[in-house]
Design a protein around this ligand. Sequence first.
Ligand SMILES: [Zn+2]
Length: 267
Amino acid sequence: MNELEARKLIVEIGKLMYDRGYVTSSDGNISYRLGENLILATPTQVSKGRMTEDIMALTDLEGKPLNDRRVSSEIQMHLLIYRMRPDINAVCHAHVPHGTAFAAAGLSIDAPILSEVILTLGCVPLTAYGTPSTSELTDSLKPYVEHHNALLLENHGVVAYGKDLWQAFDRLETLEHTAKIAILAKILGGANNLPKDAIEKLINIREKAGYLTEAARCQACGYLEHTDIKCSLDAETANNGTSYGAKISFTREELIDLLNQAVSLQN
Ligand SMILES: [Zn+2]
């Protein structure tokens, strides 16, 4: 895609994001990797619903301005993703209401309730809060970027990325739609999880098809709790997020033992 086409598409996707209520005011940002060290991005302080092709900023992969437009300070989050993922060429950041509600409630989107979401997007982990536009935020994203294509930013919003602008936007849309369904199902008494064997089948299909790698089984992925599939990554990078509906179980003996230990600690 050439630069003019990318500028046009960013305007179109910005309008879609605004019209669908994924952003308000000057929230959110969109970027595209034009070349090895050249990023086209939405400028700071602009409504994504009212952009024109000529206002876009250009930077290198370190964020150095390459034209007279000032890029959003949230660009560092985009640049981290481009540096860590050579397969990614577009990033969308937004404050989608349902997805951000999960992020504000301290929850990942990882309940195995929708077959196609398990197949394509996978679970969306919650990354720890970091002040927007600082290295706090990018540091908390680092363990997750490689293994997932969308992330929740605690008490802030969401970010989704893909091989091109449409894929990044589609992933943002799937994330928001999934969060909305999960919240609605909760109101109706709670969604039913898919059975264990169905989850295993979907995870095997998505890895064979190359939608997600085996590494995405880790990191706040609630699906694994319901299956016999084990995560092959070390435990250090796993479980950094708060799992939605996470359960732990004990045998009767273990529980009695634990209670006895608690009582003896009190005495
Ligand atoms: Zn933001």
